[in-house]
Design a protein around this ligand. Sequence first.
Ligand code: SAM
Ligand code: SF4
Length: 324
Amino acid sequence: MALDRFGRKIHYLRISLTDHCNLRCIYCMPEDQTFRPNAELMQDDEIFLFARLFADLGFDKIRLTGGEPTVRANIVEIVRGIASTPGIRNISMTTNGLLLPRLAKPLAEAGLQRVNVSIDTLDPEKFKRLTRWGKLEQVWEGILAAEAAGITPVKLNAVVVKGYNEEDVIDLAAVTLDRPWQLRFIEMMPFAGVTDVQTQQIVTAAQIQAKIESEFGPLEADNRYDGEARIFRIRGAQGEIGFISSVTVPFCSACTRARLTADGVLRMCLLREKEIDLLTPLRNGASLEELRQMILDAVWNKPWGHGLDEGYIPLNRAMNQIGG
Ligand code: SAM
Ligand code: SF4
């Protein structure tokens, strides 16, 4: 079991498969973002080796992310390889959903258990504005394809941005009335690339909740967290509403995560710049034991939490270069 110096058991690894993406969401990256050449990204066998190493250290849960994980070549085989790694009990993915209409079934057959699909509005024009060119109906088709493939319960992620979609939280919340889905509203966090938007146009979880309650009345608290999301329900609804308030109400004390970026760097806190390069030592011939020790040291030194309330903003990578 990998413990940090505060006694947190770190057992959840988010692996970014690529920094590339088929969208350019305005809160994630600038429109002219450049991407890493493929040779700089972890190759499939390197991903499998890291998955085995982390699993040997007690990591049992892996989420694939990016960039957009589904644009990665061999995505189905990557899921199959990770899902069959001894010790990995839970494998999920965060995706924009565009490619799920054709990939949901093969991914499910390869072992993918859960999917979070990002959808920030149900208005096609606003969706296009937020993603710079995305087609909403393709994402919706992707969500239905995931459900049909049995990758359930479906969870939807919505980032709320002032001036773009703060009114849309009502229609999004209404989706849970007759569908057993979880709609998770995420407070925008600041990184490099589009820091101005992220800091100046944030809508807090409390503001989002107030907007939803102005339409549906007081939400019923479930008094539990699902991952980092505090769970609520509209009275009588089939689905759930979650609030991820990383900025205003951080959940650092309960954090069990580590992140492996697409270029093979271990980042122990999403919102801290400190990183430990694992891929370069691997390519330079480090032994498995040496890599294992590097991971254990990094886990032990996991930062207590982020420093957003002290004005600290991590600026060494944009969100798509870390993996959300
Ligand atoms: N491309 C996939 C997607 O959009 O779902 C996976 C990667 S994306 C970086 C992962 C999640 O991070 C998405 O739900 C996205 O909305 C969210 N995200 C991106 N930028 C963010 C930011 N600045 N603050 C909070 N969440 C953000
Ligand atoms: Fe791409 Fe996801 Fe970032 Fe949007 S949030 S630009 S879909 S990586």
